[in-house]
Design a protein around this ligand. Structure first.
Ligand code: KMH
Ligand code: ZN
Length: 272
């Protein structure tokens, strides 16, 4: 089976130090968490950034600082900034890190409920604008899929020229769609041949979904953005601990781990 790409979503925009004191805010903390994940076997860092007080931001200069810090510590890791940012941010705000020409960036392919009264808005205009900008800048999107309709949108927008193929999908289960093997299998069956995919399970679903991703031949995302526990009632000390757990499971199941350059090969990325 193809080598396993592990993405570490080290920070997110919603989780705080109150959930787990090891959630990174400062540039130094973000560098530390990226390094711990990379040393454990992550080849991609899905990156949100914060100001020192924990406020999420899409500020280009803050991204630049954090990316420089990560590159100092993990020179070959693939950095995938978020263009989702935090609920309520404008499109202009959200798109800023793409101007730094990262190898990849997230591209959320639909609108969804995000807990309480929060709605994470991604209109057709937003998605097409983000997709077109990523093509212009040579940035490979990771299509964020929170339910099946988002796969269908991505296919439609690819046909219309807003997303290049082959596409890379991240199926996020446990927010809008249930985290079940049935739902994951349905997603995998629904994407075009030649696409690649990774799976993210939210909260307690993180490791069960990772195990499914490993055996089904996909790839895996873990990290504080999605889950702060190593096991029930035990907070993870670092993102690296979560990645180490995936590496252990993958080893038991006979799936070797991809280096960043091997991940580039699988995803069709050119190192920048
Ligand atoms: N923070 C969420 C509103 C992404 O990174 O593209 C959006 C999110 C998805 O995390
Ligand atoms: Zn994110």
């Amino acid at each position: 089976m193809e080598k396993l790409i592990i993405t570490a979503a080290i920070c997110g925009a919603e989780v705080t130090k109150e959930h787990n004191p090891n959630v990174p805010y400062t540039v130094e903390e973000i560098g530390r968490e990226a390094e711990s994940a990379y040393n454990a076997g992550a080849s991609i860092i899905h990156l949100h950034v914060r100001y020192d007080d924990g406020t999420p931001t899409q500020d280009k200069e803050r991204f630049r600082e954090c990316i420089e810090e990560i590159k100092k510590r993990c020179p070959d890791v693939i950095i995938q900034p978020s263009t989702g940012g935090a609920v309520g941010m404008s499109d202009e705000e959200r798109l800023q890190p793409v101007e730094l020409l990262p190898e990849m960036a997230s591209l959320d392919c639909g609108t969804l409920n995000f807990g309480g009264d929060e709605i994470f808005v991604n209109t057709e205009t937003t998605i097409k604008n983000f997709g077109r900008t990523m093509i212009e800048k040579g940035v490979k999107p990771e299509i964020e899929v929170f339910d099946k309709g988002m796969v269908d949108y991505a296919i439609k927008y690819a046909k219309e020229g807003y997303i290049l193929e082959p596409m890379h999908f991240n199926f996020v289960l446990g927010i809008q769609m249930a985290a079940t093997a049935r739902d994951l299998a349905f997603m995998v069956d629904s994407i075009p041949p030649g696409s690649t995919w990774t799976v993210t399970g939210i909260g307690r679903h993180e490791m069960p979904m990772a195990a499914l991703g490993i055996v089904m031949g996909g790839h895996v995302r873990v990290g504080f953005e999605d889950n702060v526990y190593l096991e029930k009632g035990v907070l993870a000390k670092s993102n690296g601990e979560l990645v180490e757990k995936v590496v252990r499971i993958a080893k038991e199941l006979g799936r070797p781990i991809a280096t960043p350059d091997e991940a580039r090969e699988i995803l069709g990325l050119k190192r920048r």
